[in-house]
Design a protein around this ligand. Structure first.
Ligand SMILES: [Zn+2]
Length: 135
């Protein structure tokens, strides 16, 4: 499991952008590989289940043989861009109330809403927190 690190999240409340402090955890290469293997073997498993079925066994297993690795690669590439875990304290600019964000397997842009006033917002990106120990 990758270590967590402090960062700032870009949250867009319909034009009003805020950058609250957050703690992010990126996925490990192994967890990305596991997701990809699960997708790949899932397709091959479904294709293998079609083998005893007449006529269908001529169509789905050959397609699954090709689609499985392609889907695995696509899942791997997509999961590399995701964020494993985000925790964040947000001050809603609409109702001025605090709420906690706790999200897993996030892909930008992600859509969430304030639990108090239901104002929708979009998570667009993050940037690493600049350490001010050097100044
Ligand atoms: Zn609110």
């Amino acid at each position: 499991m990758n270590p967590s690190f402090p960062a700032h999240l870009e949250l867009d409340f319909g034009g009003q952008v805020v950058w609250p402090k957050a703690v992010l955890q990126l996925p490990t290469q192994w967890s990305n590989m596991k997701k990809a293997l699960r997708a790949w073997l899932g397709v091959w498993g479904a294709a293998a289940l079609c083998l005893p079925v007449p006529v269908i066994h001529l169509v789905f297993p050959p397609i699954g043989l090709v689609v499985g690795p392609i889907l695995g690669i696509m899942v791997y590439l997509k999961s590399r861009k995701g964020i494993e875990h985000i925790t964040c304290e947000v001050l809603c600019p609409r109702c001025q109330k605090d709420f906690a964000l706790d999200l897993r397997s996030v892909h930008f842009p992600a859509y969430e809403s304030c639990p108090h006033c239901k104002a929708g917002f979009t998570l667009y990106s993050w940037k690493a927190e600049l350490s001010d120990s050097q100044s």
